[in-house]
Structure formats: structure tokens, C-alpha cells
Design a protein around this ligand. Structure first.
Ligand SMILES: Nc1ncnc2c1ncn2[C@@H]1O[C@H](COP(=O)(O)OP(=O)(O)O)[C@@H](O)[C@H]1O
Ligand SMILES: [Mg+2]
Length: 560
């Protein structure tokens, strides 16, 4: 057979494919575009060529009717004309993922927008994915440290837990998220800035997060002036990035600001698509999209995504539809109070109005006792506060109130925390011990990381099959190497500066994935990854407790 036969065949195939993959714009109204063809599925990404306009515009298929394809544009549609080519990309929105995302800022479609160049990635994750199989989710039994005393002490958060931060504007949500990002014991942060004003985005990255926070974070930004589809997809892209790191066996902190703006984007799209409004202007699709977004975080069989999702509440209205829907899905809520912010009580967390539903699953009995005692004292004081301030309370009338008044300054000192102040768990617990008089045994600190899991993680990292999925090494302190030792230096990693801890974590992640010198933070990879892995592993695994002598800041590199 001559090659001519094949050529003819290829030609025909090409033409057939062209008809299938390319359509023509027939109508443009706002962000909605209708085209004749191409053949595409709902959710498929298409590129619309606007030669006279701005080059290429991305859009997503939102409806299909006979030959007509309805598209929603990711960007403004000015410059589009009837007859422009619409090219189907063959898949729904996917995010290129790799460890090189750390330290980078991405746009709505997962594209880098920080001017630091392309990001190498050999894998792509779907932006719209299903939550992990509920049966395969690990139960949440271990705590994660946020570095914020009021949370770690009185609203203990489990690894893989999802909480809402409910607050009005300007009460300190972004500042609090920044504190968590800089001080958490999680391996990686993914920060979703959805629908914030452009200025707030820069403020957050430069001021709240800072270079050290950024080095172990991936930021996804879709500002308020971007079209609604882009804000929605940015939220899913951020979640997909978090899922990628969770699949590497890591503990991920997903900081999402804000769910309210995400819900409003969904409302804009619903209204554009003539959906009826159901509750207070929100269409049914908003209520539908909420679990789709929020259920994807949490634990899987590999790692965890701990989620903090902010919700704007106007004037304390916790029953407004978004707040109400979100509260039903999440495992707890943290309420920020304007009254506290005005009194310069930061972080402005109203502890008594806040709940962590998993606190008792991740805390030891003595810590719970201490936290309970402090909460009771706060409640007793709150009841009589007005009388006390005007001097109408007579000391001695009620011993519980007397006690609450006496403890008040220490409790305030515990709750108030400077933005730049780090509070390791041991410090937080020691303060609670002093206030409540309840001794908290050192073992309860360790609930953060039972030796069993740490051993497994270390072993798998050291096993160094080199597969991209192998667990990264962990800083020594997080694994609680010397737990049963003499107690003199029980938690070296926690005591060590969080800088070292962060560097260790990021470094070992890079090492675990076989990457060197890739991104900010990777500079630190050399020494940390080179630290004696074997010694660390012994301390956790087979050897006698504490024998490994994993010193402060000594990381176990992932098979480097
Ligand atoms: N922990 C804090 N310590 C001192 N000031 C704070 C703190 N948190 C917030 N603020 C003040 O409140 C302002 C608004 O905080 P921000 O975090 O941007 O609020 P939100 O994100 O809720 O709108 C900040 O510019 C700062 O002046
Ligand atoms: Mg903010």
C-alpha cells in the first residue's frame, strides 16, 4: 500500500475533527456567548479567537441546545464578533500541578500571574472534582497547630477539620489568616483570595503573609473585578491545588477568603442564566455549589486539608443564607466581633460564640478540663461585666464571680496576641495550665502526632522509592521524637523557631519530590534535607523513645 492511501485518510480525519472541534460565534451578550458548534461537553473549556480584539478569550460550556453551544466567558468579551472561531479544548478545566507551585501566585485558571515565569508541571488536576469517598476518609483524631492561642487552646482544630470564620468587614479576617499561614504546623498552605479588591490582595501577600509565609504557600487570586465565572473557578482551582498536595500525603492548610464572594459570583451567574431566585436573591445553584466546594477539603486516605473559610456577616446576621448554609456543612465556626476589634483586642475572636465541633476528639482530657474551666470563667465574667465596670458588683457576693474577676487579666493576656507573635503549643498549654490550675500532662501535647503515624511517614519518606506520592520528611519536633524522655526538651521542633520549622517542611517536601532549588524556600533544602535521616527515624520508629536524639531543627529529608 502506498502512503497516498494514508494521506487521504489523514486528510479526511483532520477535516472531520475540525468540524467537531471548531465552532463559530453566533451571538454575544455580556459574558454569555452562543456559538454554532463545536461539539463539546458541559464544563468543557473553549478558546474563542478574536483576531481584531484581544487575541484569545477562554470560556466554558454552560449549555447545549441542538447545534447551539452556550458559553460563559472567563474574561470580558469586548472585541468578540459574530463568526469568530470557537475551539474546544477537549477537556474541562484542569490545573497543572507540581511542588513548584510553592511560593507562586495563580489566576483563575491556574495560570501564574506573578511574573515569575511558567511553572513546570507534569500532572494536571481537574478543577471540578468530587470529594473523597466518605468511607476512605480518615477519622480526625489529631490536632493541627495554628499558632494562634485562642484557637489552639480553646477551639482546638483537628487535622482535616473545616471551620468558618464569621466576621464583618475590617474586623481582622485577613490578618488572622495571615497569622495562621505563617505559624501553622501544616506542611503547605493554599490561600484562595476570591473576590477581594486588588489592593487587599497585595496587602495580604506582602503584609499579612510576608516572604516567609509565601515560601510555603500557593496563592490563587481572582479579584472582585474579574468576571463571576473566573471567581468561581478560582475557588475550585485553589481546592484542586490543595488536593494535589494532600495526595502527596501532606497536611495542607486551605485558607479561603471569602465564601460569601464565591456565593455572590454563583448568584451573578445564576441570574445571567435566568435561574429563579430562591432565598434572598440567591438562586438554587448557590445552595447546590456550597457543598461541592466545602466537602472537597478534609481528610482523605493519603493526607489532609484543614480548611478555614471566611464568611462575611453584616451586623451579626448569622442567619443570612450563605452563613446559614455554610454553618450547616462545616465542623465549627469562629466568630470575630467588631466590639473586640474596636477595643483593640486582637485577634477579635469571640470565644464564647465560637465552636470547634471536633475539639473533644483531638484534645486530651486534662486540656479539655483546662479549656472548660477558662470558658466557664469567661462566661461568669461576661454575665456580670456590666455591673463590675460600673462598680455595682460587691466582691464576696459570689465566689465564682470573684474567681472570674481575679482571672480576667490573665485570660485577656492569653487571648490577645500580637500579629507577629508566635505561640507554640507548649507555650499555649503552659499559659492555660497557669490560668486554670489544671496540670496538662506532656503526653497531651503529643496528640498532634501519634508515634505510629510519624513512624509510618518517616519510614515511607526514607524508603525513598522516589515515587511522587511518597510522604515528605517531617521536622523532628513535629514527630515528637523525645516524648518519653526526661521531659527537659520534649518538643524540640516546636521550641525551635517556626522559621526553621517552615524551612524544614518546605525543604523536605522538595526533597521528597526530588526537586532542588526550584522555588523560594528551596534554598533551605540543602542542609535540612541532608540532615541525618536515619537517626531521626530511629527515634520515632524501632529504637527506644527519645534515643534518636533528633535535635531542634533537624529534619528528616525525604530520601535525599
Ligand atoms: N491582630 C491584629 N492586630 C492589630 N491590628 C489588627 C489585627 N487584626 C486586624 N487589625 C486591624 O484591622 C484592620 C483590618 O484587618 P483585616 O484583617 O484586613 O480585616 P478583614 O480582612 O476582616 O477586612 C487592619 O488593617 C489592622 O489595622
Ligand atoms: Mg480581608
Amino acid at each position: 500500500m502506498g502512503s497516498a492511501v494514508f494521506e487521504k485518510y489523514f486528510e479526511t480525519a483532520e477535516r472531520a475533527d475540525t468540524i467537531k472541534c471548531v465552532g463559530r460565534v453566533a451571538k454575544v451578550s455580556g459574558l454569555l456567548v452562543e456559538s454554532r458548534g463545536p461539539q463539546a461537553i458541559i464544563g468543557e473549556v473553549c478558546r474563542i479567537e478574536a483576531p481584531k480584539g484581544r487575541g484569545v478569550i477562554s470560556a466554558e460550556v454552560v449549555g447545549l441546545r441542538d447545534e447551539v453551544v452556550q458559553l460563559m466567558a472567563f474574561e470580558e468579551t469586548d472585541g468578540l464578533e459574530v463568526g469568530n472561531r470557537v475551539i474546544a479544548q477537549g477537556s474541562r478545566l484542569e490545573v497543572p500541578v507540581s511542588a513548584k507551585l510553592l511560593g507562586r501566585v495563580l489566576g483563575a485558571m491556574g495560570n501564574p500571574i506573578d511574573g515569575k515565569g511558567e511553572i513546570e508541571a507534569s500532572l494536571a488536576y481537574p478543577a471540578l472534582a468530587s470529594p473523597p469517598d466518605p468511607l476512605k476518609r480518615r477519622r480526625i483524631t489529631e490536632r493541627i497547630a495554628t499558632g494562634v492561642r485562642a484557637i489552639d487552646g480553646l477551639l482546638s482544630v483537628g487535622r482535616g477539620q473545616r471551620l468558618g470564620i464569621f466576621a464583618g468587614s475590617g474586623v481582622g479576617k485577613s490578618t488572622l489568616l495571615g497569622m495562621i499561614a505563617r505559624n501553622t504546623s501544616a506542611d503547605v498552605n493554599v490561600v484562595a483570595l476570591i473576590g477581594e479588591r486588588g489592593r487587599e490582595v497585595n496587602d495580604f501577600i506582602e503584609k499579612d503573609l510576608g516572604p516567609e509565609g509565601l515560601a510555603r504557600s500557593v496563592i490563587v487570586v481572582t479579584p472582585s473585578n474579574s468576571p463571576p465565572l473566573s471567581r468561581l473557578r478560582g475557588a475550585y482551582v485553589a481546592t484542586a491545588v490543595a488536593e494535589f498536595f494532600r495526595d502527596q500525603g501532606l497536611d495542607v492548610m486551605l485558607l479561603f477568603d471569602s465564601v460569601t464572594r464565591f456565593a455572590r459570583a454563583q448568584r451573578e451567574i445564576g441570574l445571567a442564566a435566568n435561574e429563579p431566585a430562591a432565598t434572598r436573591g440567591y438562586p438554587p445553584s448557590m445552595f447546590d455549589s456550597m457543598p461541592k466546594l466545602l466537602e472537597r477539603s478534609g481528610t482523605s486516605d493519603a493526607g489532609s486539608i484543614t480548611g478555614f473559610y471566611t464568611i462575611l456577616v453584616d451586623g451579626d446576621d448569622m442567619d443570612e443564607p450563605v452563613a446559614d448554609t455554610v454553618r450547616g456543612i462545616l465542623d465549627g465556626h469562629i466568630v470575630l466581633e467588631r466590639r473586640l476589634a474596636q477595643a483593640y483586642h486582637y485577634p477579635a475572636i469571640d470565644v464564647l460564640k465560637s465552636v470547634s465541633r471536633l475539639a473533644s476528639d483531638v484534645s486530651g482530657p486534662e486540656l479539655l478540663k483546662a479549656a472548660g474551666s477558662i470558658r466557664r470563667s469567661m462566661a461568669a465574667y461576661a454575665e456580670v461585666e456590666d455591673f463590675v465596670t460600673i462598680g455595682a458588683y460587691k466582691p464576696g457576693s459570689d465566689p465564682a464571680v470573684d474567681d472570674a474577676i481575679a482571672k480576667r487579666p490573665a485570660i485577656e493576656e492569653f487571648l490577645i496576641q500580637e500579629v507577629g507573635e508566635r505561640s507554640p503549643l507548649e507555650n499555649t498549654f503552659a499559659m492555660m495550665e497557669r490560668i486554670s490550675g489544671v496540670p496538662i500532662p506532656i503526653e497531651e501535647l503529643a496528640r498532634g502526632r501519634p508515634a505510629g503515624k510519624a513512624a509510618g511517614a518517616a519510614a515511607s519518606a526514607l524508603g525513598s522509592a522516589g515515587a511522587p506520592g511518597s510522604h515528605s520528611g517531617r521536622p523532628a519536633g513535629q514527630a515528637f521524637g523525645g516524648l518519653a524522655g526526661d521531659g527537659s526538651a520534649p518538643f524540640p521542633g516546636l521550641a525551635a523557631g517556626a522559621d526553621a520549622q517552615a524551612a524544614n517542611t518546605v525543604a523536605s517536601l522538595f526533597a521528597g519530590l526530588g526537586i532542588q532549588g526550584a522555588a523560594p524556600g528551596a534554598d533551605a533544602a540543602g542542609p535540612a534535607a541532608g540532615a541525618s535521616g536515619a537517626a531521626g527515624a530511629h527515634g520515632i520508629g524501632g529504637g527506644p523513645p527519645g534515643a534518636g536524639g533528633a535535635g531542634p531543627g533537624e529534619g528528616r529529608g525525604g530520601g535525599a
